[in-house]
Design a protein around this ligand. Structure first.
Ligand SMILES: Cc1cc2nc3c(=O)[nH]c(=O)nc-3n(C[C@H](O)[C@H](O)[C@H](O)COP(=O)(O)OP(=O)(O)OC[C@H]3O[C@@H](n4cnc5c(N)ncnc54)[C@H](O)[C@@H]3O)c2cc1C
Length: 387
């Protein structure tokens, strides 16, 4: 759906986001994260910058940016505070599902309001008993006249409280074989009868932004909210959106890793031991060299996956999976190394490296765990090099 963005436009947008992060995100990040405060005041400037519609086609009011620019935006936001990228992360997944799987009527109805940020979206896929095993979801949607009746619950849902519409996966045919053929995707808007937000989860990292349960108790949605208005397409629609979601997660990991590297390089030149800055000790230099090399490799893998998507390659699950896997593991390693370089100060909340270390694991788990990424990568390799 994306078009190529000129390097001039890309540069302007990335600079605008970088400036926003420096002026408005960095000053509040540590306190808001510690106190788990939602950054409401950042939403309006993000709307004004058009960040709710970065990949929504221009004909529906979005910016229609390519995925390389998309990756760079997530990287910049995450350098400041990874939680802020979550405000538009699964919003993008919802808009991708509608833009690529919706009917023309659904595109006209939802996309302009999503692009402006009037609708703020989320994704309801994971359930208390099914995450990696998406086909094992239990939420059902039963047709009743011109409506569907949804029953079930979703777990860990980002933007649950502040979002206003969700791409919700439910089984319209629980007996289907294979199970994915019986899964459909609905846009469930607030308020809807029988739809409520459950527990607000207390998290290690990714704080400030909410993750909650969603509860559907005889929740009624119009049959025109079934994406594409054909049953059984939901699994494919959401999996296709999650390919680009993995570019987003990889880019977030690059951003957090870069922030950790930057902090470590600065600190190493300020902190002295045995009469010299620690940056002059070879042990620290070796660590910095490894960190910088890994961050650059992670960035290039991420941009490569985005470029393949921009070039129109139909499936990029191999490239996006590799980028997400590698960048998230690097992010965790680099955040830990930055903490080592900070010594005891790295372990206390006066310095942001402690936050980077707490945020990094989410990228390993979210948007498909790294174990699942490896299975996807291996499957694609075996197809590609079949003998
Ligand atoms: C902060 C946060 C925000 C989130 N936001 C959202 C959201 O907005 N929307 C949403 O739908 N979900 C969201 N999630 C859910 C997230 O995508 C899932 O947690 C993730 O996909 C893993 O699913 P699970 O937690 O059920 O783990 P499980 O699937 O139970 O996996 C447990 C462990 O088993 C491993 N495993 C599972 N199957 C296999 C296998 N076949 N082979 C090898 N290993 C395997 C996994 O890798 C993992 O290590 C969020 C999660 C968190 C923590």
């Amino acid at each position: 759906m994306s078009t190529d963005t000129s390097s001039e436009v890309r540069g302007q947008i990335v600079n605008m986001v970088r400036d926003f992060v420096r002026r408005e995100v960095q000053p509040i990040a540590d306190r808001y994260d510690n106190e788990d405060i939602y950054p409401h005041e950042l939403v309006e400037p993000m709307r004004e910058m058009g960040l709710f519609g970065i990949t929504i086609p221009e004909q529906y009011g979005g910016m229609g940016l390519d995925y390389t620019t998309f990756a760079m935006i997530f990287e910049e936001l995450s350098k400041g505070w990874m939680s802020v990228s979550g405000i538009i992360g699964t919003h993008h997944v919802l808009s991708h599902v509608v833009a690529n799987g919706g009917t023309e009527e659904q595109k006209q109805r939802f996309l302009p309001r999503m692009a402006s940020g009037e609708i703020r979206g989320g994704l309801g896929l994971t359930e208390p008993d099914a995450g990696s095993d998406v086909q094992g979801i239990r939420t059902t949607a039963v047709k009743d006249g011109e409506e569907y009746v949804l029953n079930g619950s979703k777990m860990f849902i980002t933007n649950a409280e502040n979002g206003t519409a969700f791409a919700v996966l439910a089984k319209t045919d629980s007996a289907a074989e294979p199970a994915y053929r019986g899964i459909s995707c609905f846009v469930v808007e607030k308020p809807s009868t029988g739809f409520s937000v459950g527990r607000h989860l207390d998290k290690l990292g990714y704080r400030g932004i909410e993750s909650c349960e969603l509860v559907f108790e005889n929740c009624r949605v119009g049959s025109d909210n079934l994406v594409g208005e054909v049953e059984g397409q939901g699994f494919r629609q959401v999996m296709s959106a999650l390919e680009t979601g993995r570019i987003n997660v990889a880019a977030r990991a690059v951003g957090v890793a870069e922030a950790a590297l930057d902090a470590a390089v600065r600190y190493a030149q300020q902190r002295k031991t045995f009469g010299v800055p620690i940056a002059e000790h070879q042990a620290i230099q070796l660590m910095l060299a490894d960190m910088a090399t890994k961050v650059q490799a992670a960035r290039l893998l991420t941009y490569d996956a985005a470029a393949k998507k921009d070039a129109g390659q139909e499936r990029i699950d191999l490239e996006a999976g590799m980028a997400k896997l590698y960048a998230s593991e690097v992010c965790q390693q680099v955040a830990l190394d930055a903490m080592r370089i900070h010594g005891g100060y790295g372990f206390i909340k006066d310095y942001p490296v402690e936050r980077y270390y707490r945020d990094a694991p989410l990228m390993i788990i979210g948007e498909g765990t790294n174990e699942i990424q490896k299975l996807v990568i291996a499957r694609r390799l075996l197809q590609k090099y079949k003998i």
